[in-house]
Design a protein around this ligand. Structure first.
Ligand code: GLN
Length: 255
């Protein structure tokens, strides 16, 4: 009889522990545990992410995260949101973010990053024929940037610059075209896309002319979720080895 009571009590304790365990896992990363990966992006950063003809987010990052999802056996659901709110939404509204996001020490206080999947640098978009060529020429200018980006952090450090931050980089370029700002600082690949789109109005100058440092894009992950980080890094490695990564680069970036 005593034995039976003990066994029942033990079973109850085990059940409670199991439930508590599940509770923790669920609050850790609720969606990521049930086979769906909710991915935040900002679909206004071509060629990495933009709204496709079908109205859904498309681009290199979107194709890459879907390929990663396939490798790790998870459904990928993409949520389009402001770039500026991606980092703070990780572990809440979204599980991870892929958004041409540069690894920075400041962001690393809040999130972890996967291995880097692309190297970039900021570029400077200027009105055609403008006499802007070196770092010194950027001093005291009106500079357009995208809100919360490394372009904004760089512009904020430029002596005498007055910085206007926009939710979408293209809005900064529109203000360049109507003379409200003197130049735009934005990552080189979107800069090239805008350069082609407005080829009669703007020139795109490489950031190396202005001593900008290289930047590394990575997927932002919930802090401390080493299991998910490991799976994503393995998948990235496999996609590089099996040629999928190179295929996506030539499909989306080097068209
Ligand atoms: N690479 C820049 C950053 O991480 C810009 C990214 C973006 O605008 N999507 O801040």
């Amino acid at each position: 009889m005593k034995k039976k009571v003990f066994a029942t009590a033990l079973a109850a304790i085990v059940t409670v522990l199991a439930l508590v365990g599940c509770g923790n896992a669920a609050s850790d990363s609720s969606q990521a545990t049930n086979g769906t990966l909710i991915v935040g992006t900002n679909a206004a950063f071509p060629p990495f992410e933009y709204v496709g003809d079908d109205g859904k987010p498309d681009g290199f990052d979107i194709a890459l995260i879907k390929a990663i999802g396939e490798k790790i056996g998870m459904d990928v659901q993409v949520q389009d949101m402001e770039f500026d709110s991606l980092v703070s939404s990780i572990g809440g509204k979204i599980d991870v973010a892929i958004a041409g996001m540069t690894v920075t020490e400041e962001r690393k206080q809040t999130v972890d990053f996967s291995d880097s999947y692309y190297e970039a640098v900021q570029a400077v978009i200027v009105p055609k024929g403008a006499s802007i060529a070196t770092a010194d020429d950027l001093k005291n200018l009106k500079i357009g940037v995208q809100l919360g980006t490394t372009g904004e952090f760089i512009a904020d450090e430029i002596e005498g610059a007055s910085v206007s931050a926009y939710n979408k980089a293209v809005d900064a370029v529109n203000d360049l075209n109507n003379g409200r700002v003197d130049c735009v600082i934005v990552d080189k690949n979107p800069a090239e896309v805008f350069g082609t789109q407005f080829s009669d109005k703007v020139d795109v100058l490489p950031g190396t002319n202005f001593n900008f440092e290289p930047e590394h894009y990575a997927i932002a992950l919930p802090k401390g979720n080493t299991d998910l980080a490991g799976k994503i890094n393995n998948a990235l490695k496999e996609l590089k080895e099996d040629g999928t990564y190179d295929k996506l680069v030539s499909q989306y970036i080097e068209e």
